[in-house]
Design a protein around this ligand. Structure first.
Ligand code: ATP
Ligand code: MG
Length: 231
């Protein structure tokens, strides 16, 4: 019963967010038009004014990009699997979560293997997994710390695949909570729902990817995924 209530809340939230994003887009477009208009008269303006118009336009592009990405995300849950670039999905999730990280002055460090082969997956589902895991890392981190996101090729027992991980240096997970986390629907956060990791596990199970974590209290945590190359 609990699961349904939480799931429904999330679905509703998704719908509300999509509606809200559309609402935000209209006034943003008006702002953009006005900025473009001011830019046309750049020659009559002081350098400071031109600069502030340019930086406003840059800020607009950034917000617009994030909104498009989020709208895509809320729309595309049924999209088919296709040949995908894990590095690119990682960069997209970092772009989306930058704002949350900036609020705590957290630095994202990426160590992405450029030789990573593309694999067959549902990009949107993997984006959802990455967003959940990176978001948890942000929640666990102190102000001004860093979060490292890595990708690499791996070979284990003759099987080759793709490794993805996010490492934080935050609060870590208590021994007695580790099993509860794996069982799902567990939260230690006041406003958490405990659904994030449960969704990750389910989505990764669907494609037979291995999902796990290492964590030590007060040291931090590392959540990892091993994708099969046959995906
Ligand atoms: N990187 C992490 N560091 C420390 N604890 C973590 C980390 N990731 C997950 N946890 C623990 O696992 C619990 C479950 O995480 P999960 O993402 O499923 O739910 P949540 O973050 O609490 O809520 P939400 O549904 O909003 O994601 C968290 O409440 C937290 O206790
Ligand atoms: Mg979470």
């Amino acid at each position: 019963m609990e699961d349904f209530v939480q799931n429904n809340k999330l679905i509703l939230l998704g719908k509300l967010t999509a509606g809200l994003l559309h609402e935000i887009r209209n006034p943003l477009t008006a702002i953009k038009l006005n900025l473009d208009y001011m830019k046309m008269y750049e020659n009559d303006l002081s350098d400071e004014m031109s600069e502030s118009i340019a930086s406003s336009l840059e800020a607009f592009d950034r917000v617009n990009f994030i909104i498009s990405d989020l709208l895509d995300f809320t729309r595309k849950s049924m999209e088919p699997a296709k040949v995908s670039d894990i590095n690119e999905i990682t960069s997209r999730s970092i772009d989306i979560l930058h704002v949350n990280a900036d609020k705590k002055n957290i630095l994202f460090v990426t160590e992405l293997d450029k030789e990573l082969p593309h694999i067959f997956l549902n990009e949107n589902k993997i984006l959802q997994v990455f967003l959940n895991l990176i978001n948890n890392a942000i929640d666990a981190s102190e102000e001004k710390s860093k979060i490292i996101i890595r990708t690499s090729n791996y070979t284990q027992n003759g099987v080759t695949g793709l490794h993805w991980e996010v490492e934080d240096f935050g609060c870590g997970i208590k021994e007695c909570d580790k099993q509860k986390i794996l069982d799902g629907f567990f939260t230690s956060k006041q406003t958490g729902s405990g659904i994030g990791l449960t969704v990750c596990k389910r989505l990764l199970d669907e494609i037979g990817a291995e999902f796990g974590f290492d964590s030590e209290v007060s040291r931090g945590s590392k959540f990892y995924i091993n994708f099969n190359k046959s995906n």
